[in-house]
Design a protein around this ligand. Structure first.
Ligand code: PLP
Length: 374
């Protein structure tokens, strides 16, 4: 008799690791202030109108939400403009779940998913591997982290199904240029779907950023993923969505559970979309912080990659895992990039000026006093 088999990629050990992580803000000492600079969250929080909307629906939580998310999809397309209609949108309970719905809808065992590391590979693998897909890595150029469309096209086979384009890319904070995406889109065969993971798109201030919505409107094989976790400041709510031509969006939405979106998420998402002024204020503030932090890193002679999103990848002479621990002991949570193949790489989320300035002083102090050298 065969034993019980689970289709599982993440082991219980990793769950234990997650349970013990200090992501919830518990610090080394109970009275020490904790600066959460590890998850690319929004230090300014959500729009006050979102809080009002959540408070307004809270008393009716004993009733199920609307069966359809159509009102939210309409609010999303009103915010996006460009002549999009609600048929182009499917919502997910987070950007991560939007990615998961895409993969569940598209992937058969043996299909190939092309990604370009270092990228948001942990999440892409977590969903695609249990579906029996094969992950093909066509790495970014070393050092510059430039995307290599020709190399990706060379890797295409009959079994290629998805090409993951993380843009701006996490954890490098770099962009894939409009020209590179155009080269890719022109060269891909019809059996391949591009997944443009653009959860940080609001922060981009670069004329070379691709206009991915144009490809959607031209009915190309592309699906764009957005999230309410970043510029909208709603990471705790878990709300995201995808944008694709209606036949693709419908196929993906077909996988949603009944009452897929909870009532708070529906109300909050709609209110957030209707307050674009808040998004503009957040983006302006964080661009200012990016500018200030880059100047500080320049002053300290620390290597970093020009950030296109709300986080910065930098390298010091200290191994990143060690630096992460030194910072944690002083109340600063950051994400070492050892797991992404960058043993000296640290990812810093842009915080408030107070947090950023305290972080820089602490980093300076650690680097001046640490005996460990590269
Ligand atoms: C590149 C990228 N894609 C998707 C997500 C998922 O975002 P969420 O699930 O919070 O919407 C993240 C989160 O940090 C991300 O960095």
């Amino acid at each position: 008799m065969s034993s019980l088999h689970f289709n599982r990629y993440i082991s219980p050990f990793m769950r234990e690791e997650a349970d013990n992580a200090l992501d919830d803000g518990r610090g080394p000492a109970p009275d020490m202030p904790i600066h959460r600079l590890q998850n690319n969250e929004n230090p300014l929080g959500p729009s006050p109108r979102v809080i009002d909307a959540i408070n307004a629906v809270a008393p009716s939580l004993s009733y199920y939400p609307n069966f359809s998310d159509i009102e939210l999809r309409r609010a999303i397309v009103d915010a996006l403009g460009r002549g999009l209609t609600a048929e182009y949108i499917f919502t997910g309970c987070s950007g991560f779940e939007a990615l998961e719905l895409i993969m569940r809808a598209a992937l058969m065992p043996g299909d190939e998913v092309i990604l370009s590391s270092p990228t948001f590979a942990g999440a892409y693998k977590k969903v695609s591997l249990p579906l029996g897909a094969k992950v093909i890595d066509v790495p970014l150029e070393p050092e510059t982290f430039r995307y290599r469309p020709e190399a990706v096209l060379d890797a295409i086979t009959e079994r290629s199904k998805l090409v993951m384009l993380c843009n701006p890319n996490n954890p490098t904070g770099t962009l894939i240029s409009g020209r590179a995406v155009e080269r890719l889109m022109r060269g891909l065969p019809d059996h391949v779907l591009v997944v443009a993971d653009e959860v940080y798109h609001h922060f981009v201030d670069d004329g070379d950023y691709p206009d991915s919505l144009r490809y959607v409107l031209d009915k190309k094989n592309i699906v764009i993923v957005h999230s309410f976790s970043k510029a909208y400041g709603l990471a705790g709510l878990r709300l995201g969505y995808g944008i694709a031509k209606p036949e693709i969006a419908n196929a993906i939405a077909g996988l949603q559970r009944g009452f897929h979106q909870n009532k708070l998420a529906l109300a909050a998402g709609i209110a957030a979309c209707r307050d674009q002024g808040h998004v503009r204020r957040v983006v302006e503030y964080l661009r200012g912080e990016a500018h200030w932090l880059c100047a500080q890193l320049d002053r300290l002679n620390i290597r970093y990659w020009k950030p296109a999103a709300n986080f910065i990848l930098f390298e010091t002479r200290l191994p990143a895992d060690e630096l992460q621990e030194e910072l944690r002991l002083r109340g600063f949570l950051l994400r070492s990039q050892t797991r992404n193949g960058l043993p000296y790489g640290m990812r810093l989320s842009l915080g408030s000026r107070e947090a950023n300035s305290a972080f820089i002083s602490t980093l300076e102090d650690i680097l001046n006093t640490s005996p460990a050298c590269r």
